[in-house]
Write a protein that binds this ligand. Structure first.
Ligand code: ADP
Ligand code: MG
Length: 299
């Protein structure tokens, strides 16, 4: 708060008064200050800030959505509040911002590792319906939501198909739907998970690994795009899948590879074909393979 007024020399007080009166020649400024229950003598200490606040107030008066917001902080407005004998200025969230916050409140139930944040906004409502290939998947999702609510066991999906066909988007839409019902989920970009786990040896490896392993719903995104090593297959993937099978935790996968191709990808040498097969068996226990063949939606 600015401490002015009586302590200022007379000539400065005259300057402040003049500036305030000049500002009052503006109709919007007058309208703005008339709403504040303070005398002109008190208000004239804040002319510059009041003018800024008035600008934002005028923007808000003519605004009907957050996208149109012209204010310095999107969805916020510089507001003045009376405090003691003076004014205090702060940025307040506008009603459009607040309703958007409410709309996306479910997002606290979703944790993404190395996937674009927008994925948390994916919704069934926006899923392309033009493509018949999506319909069986969407049907399965509807059943999944129903049975999940009833506490029944249900397999996830191993969704394979071409790059950009919308695999990640679709599964994110399902998770978001369930997040609205307070079901927590984790989406992990699998190739990056391996890199980041490797980098976090000795620090927060266990914490991250356990969090992912135990997620009520899990998506391992883009499995098969990584460079398989014995470590990633036998020490990371294998135990995650085993745990989730034992605990009946629904697990989803996306991949550019079919399960057969993934099996090849997981066998590094002829010796460990058996190990690759065991991973595929677990994936099969956890999920139903489905294909999404569609055009590339990436621009
Ligand atoms: P994939 O995982 O199959 O490679 P993505 O799920 O990443 O493909 O989708 C590719 C792009 O298309 C993304 O930018 C995504 O946001 C967008 N997209 C995909 N499906 C939809 C959809 N049903 N509605 C809106 N945008 C979509
Ligand atoms: Mg993807």
């Amino acid at each position: 708060m600015i401490q002015v007024g009586k302590t200022l020399p007379k000539e400065n007080q005259i300057k402040l008064k003049q500036a305030y009166m000049d500002a009052c020649s503006d109709k919007d400024f007058r309208e703005y200050v008339e709403k504040i229950d303070l005398s002109d003598e008190a208000l004239q200490n804040y002319t510059t800030r009041l003018e800024e606040a008035k600008e934002e107030y005028v923007h808000c008066r003519n605004c009907s959505s957050i996208e149109e917001c012209k204010n310095l902080l999107k969805g916020h407005v510089l507001s003045s509040k009376i405090e003691g004998k003076g004014l205090n200025f702060s940025y307040e969230a506008c009603p459009y911002y607040k309703s958007q916050e409410k709309k996306y409140a479910y997002q606290h139930n979703i944790t993404c590792f190395d996937l674009p944040k927008e994925i948390k906004k994916a919704s069934f409502k926006d899923v392309y319906k033009d493509d018949k290939n999506r319909l069986p998947i969407i049907k399965y999702f509807k059943e999944f939501i129903d049975s999940y609510e009833k506490g029944e066991r249900k397999k996830g999906i191993y969704l394979h198909g071409s790059f950009g066909s919308g695999k990640t988007y679709l599964i994110a839409a399902l998770f978001n739907e369930l997040a609205k019902k307070e079901v927590s989920s984790v989406l992990v970009y699998y190739p990056e998970l391996l890199r980041s786990l490797k980098a976090s040896f000795g620090s927060d490896y266990d914490e991250k690994y356990e969090f992912i392993k135990k997620a009520p719903l899990l998506l391992l995104d883009d499995i098969g795009a990584e460079n398989t090593t014995a470590w990633s297959r036998d020490e990371v993937l294998g135990p995650i899948l085993q745990y989730r099978m034992d605990e009946h935790l629904p697990t989803f996968f996306t991949s550019n590879l079919t399960m057969d191709e993934l099996e090849n990808n997981l066998s590094i040498t002829n010796y460990d074909k058996v190990k690759a097969k065991r991973i595929i068996e677990r994936i099969n226990q956890l999920s139903i393979p489905m294909a999404l063949i569609s055009k590339n939606r990436r621009n």
